[in-house]
Design a protein around this ligand. Structure first.
Ligand code: NAD
Ligand code: WQD
Length: 348
């Protein structure tokens, strides 16, 4: 019998890679995306690469009736919920837009899911929900303490999902919610075909797209934000994860939700990261080694809101989802570059 996954935000960077892996793993895929930060071209290419088709609906997840129509037309088994706005700086400037899109959007989605009796959900959360912690290797039991509006939308949605799951005990006659909250560390890279990848609007905020645009000559110089952190080379340390490894974690989460492990329902959070930190200078050096290109950079002051160092403890995902990363930093650099040189203007 078909196992059909509704992917919200499926035309976006991570969502398009998830659609590709889902199709290749034999799932049926239905995408809902309002194309606020993506292009349909990504899904056209996903279908070309896989030789399989998916259903696409240009719908905003906040539109209850349009979303309910999708659930009425398609026979959905589970939802992977990527749709959301994700720029930290923009969320500080326009917090209402972020709360409306990310929090209200998820309320509408879960309402329609409940009305349609679809109760398996994988949610895109972020390591940003941890805020500043004493330890640099984050375990899932650390307190939540997001420090910007974007992060708070993720923390709020997590609370909503935990409350939803907890409410099951008061309604024993209903089927329970089965929810996996996936906290991503720093996703980078692209599919090895070089045909889908990250296509940021305007000047990128994140390190890897900035590095590639400097290497290809679209941007003049990278600013390394801070060389005086208490880290071995003074630059900030993060846990970079290849986007293909990341989306495979979602398939493992779906498998877990549909297995005996979640027979009684529940809402559980998992870190998705490599489990090791890497500095900004290590990223630049690896990128230069793998691509043979120079990255013009200068040292600059710290960026407000940045932490010196954090990375994932991914042991829980290994234990309970049977997932771990398979790709290394060289793969991430090579695949990002392959995408960049083949698509200098992104999907345009
Ligand atoms: P993206 O912007 O490329 O993809 C998000 C997609 O959601 C876009 O296609 C956009 O058009 C769509 N969308 C936004 N609001 C919508 C709405 N109201 N209705 C329908 N569609 C809507 O971003 P991404 O990098 O692929 O991120 C996917 C998810 O993962 C987001 O929820 C993001 O917060 C989360 N996340 C991303 C990162 C990262 O570094 N990229 C890290 C942690 C978590
Ligand atoms: C990585 C490192 C910077 C740009 C962000 C969000 C987080 C999550 C992932 C969604 C840091 C340094 C960066 C540059 C630099 N997204 N840097 N020069 O800040 O770890 O996380 O994306 O959930 O919520 O906050 O990622 O790629 O911006 O930065 O030196 O031009 O690179 O200081 O040390 P970050 P990033």
């Amino acid at each position: 019998m078909a196992n059909t996954i509704l992917v919200t935000g499926g035309a976006g960077y991570i969502g398009s890679h998830a659609c590709l892996e889902l199709l290749q793993a034999g799932y049926q895929v239905v995408v809902v995306d309002n194309l606020a930060n993506s292009k349909l071209e990504s899904l056209k290419r996903v279908q070309e690469i896989t030789g399989k088709s998916l259903a696409f609906y240009q719908v905003d997840i906040r539109d209850h009736d349009a979303l309910a129509d999708v659930f009425a037309k398609e026979s959905i088994n589970a939802v992977i919920h990527f749709a959301g706005l994700k720029a930290v700086g923009e969320s500080c400037e326009q917090p209402q837009m972020y709360y409306h899109n990310n929090v209200y959007g998820t309320l509408v989605l879960t309402q329609v899911m409940a009305e349609s009796n679809v109760k398996q959900l994988v949610f895109s959360s972020s390591a940003t929900v941890y805020g500043a912690a004493e330890q640099v290797q984050y375990t899932e039991d650390l307190p939540i303490g997001a420090i910007n509006p974007y992060g708070r939308t993720k923390a709020m949605v997590e609370d909503i999902l935990r409350d939803l799951s907890a409410s099951d005990s008061l309604k024993p006659s209903q089927s329970p919610w089965k929810i996996a909250v996936l906290r991503y560390f720093n996703p980078i890279g692209a599919h090895e075909s070089g045909r889908i990848g990250e296509d940021p609007n305007g000047i990128p905020n994140n390190l890897m797209p900035y590095v590639t645009q400097v290497a290809i000559g679209k941007l003049a110089q990278l600013s390394v934000f801070g060389d005086d952190y208490p880290t071995p080379d003074g630059t900030g340390i993060r846990d970079y994860i290849h986007v293909v490894d990341l989306v495979k974690g979602h398939i493992k989460a779906i498998e877990a939700l549909q297995s005996e492990k979640f027979a009684d329902g529940g809402c559980k959070a998992y870190n998705l990261g490599a489990g090791k930190g890497c500095s900004v200078l290590e990223i630049i050096n690896t990128f230069e080694k793998v691509t043979g290109r120079k990255v013009n950079y200068k040292m600059a002051p710290r960026r407000a809101g940045d932490l010196a160092e954090y990375f994932a403890d991914p042991a829980l995902a290994l234990r309970e989802l049977n997932w771990k990363v398979e790709k290394n930093l060289e793969d991430m650099a090579a695949d990002t570059w392959n995408w960049q040189v083949n698509n200098p203007q992104g999907y345009n």
